[in-house]
Ligand binder design. Structure first.
Ligand code: ATP
Ligand code: MG
Length: 201
């Protein structure tokens, strides 16, 4: 088993994040927690690439549909259907428009528990209910209801892999092996070194 410091996750700053000039702010959050950037590129996506990205996880359609049903029940909202697969079929079409509307910034961040920590800093899917202190909670206004009423995807600035398995598949989908760089970051010593030798002169 490889050391936990090798865990990697995919983060994509979505078109709204780029347009809101939040690239520096978002990168800063991940740098500050101690993660290491091992790959980065700006790209314009195709609809086909987006569909593949979201359906890499065969459970994504069900989970995302169920999440919407749960949020609607909590708010007493009435949805046209409660079938998670019908709901996600519509979401996917909206996502294709959203995610191809402008350039996105794709990144791979590495470090212990990177998948879990990046999701924690990112916050829940719906900015209206994501926690204060998270990127989605602090930097954007949007809700399932407003997005539904306006017939568009929820704008929530970034994508972050949901599980280690999802991260591995997504990184392969987005990056070639030679686009990811193995290097030593001096700051890692203070995070992972067992003895902290060599600090005192
Ligand atoms: P991401 O995968 O983008 O990091 P997430 O894992 O929090 O976000 P998912 O359930 O995977 O959320 O949904 C993917 C994206 O689809 C969301 O980030 C959002 O942009 C959009 N989306 C999700 N649910 C809805 C919805 N009910 N209505 C409109 N757009 C939605
Ligand atoms: Mg997701």
């Amino acid at each position: 088993m490889s050391h936990p410091k090798k865990e990697r996750t995919l983060v994509v700053i979505k078109p709204d994040g780029v347009q809101r000039t939040l690239i520096g702010e978002i990168i800063g959050r991940f740098e500050k927690i101690g993660l290491k950037l091992v790959g980065i590129k700006m790209v314009v996506l195709t609809e086909d690439f987006i569909e593949k990205h979201y359906t890499l996880n065969p459970e994504w359609r069900r989970i995302t549909g169920e999440k919407r049903v749960k949020a609607a029940r909590e708010k007493g909202e009435k949805l046209p259907t409660e079938d998670p697969f019908e709901i996600t079929a519509v979401i996917l079409e909206k996502l294709k428009k959203y995610m191809t509307s402008g350039p996105v910034l794709a990144m791979v961040w590495q470090g212990a528990h990177s998948v879990e920590l990046v999701r924690k800093i990112t916050g829940g899917t719906e900015p209206r209910s994501s926690d204060v202190g998270t990127i989605r909670g602090d930097y954007v206004i949007d809700s399932y209801k407003m997005a539904d009423d306006d017939g568009r995807a929820v704008r929530n600035l970034i994508h972050a892999s949901g599980t280690v398995d999802e991260a591995e598949k997504e990184i392969k989908h987005w990056f070639k092996e030679n686009e990811l760089i193995n290097y030593r970051l001096i700051a890692e010593q203070i995070l992972y070194d067992v003895n902290l030798d060599g600090l005192l002169e």
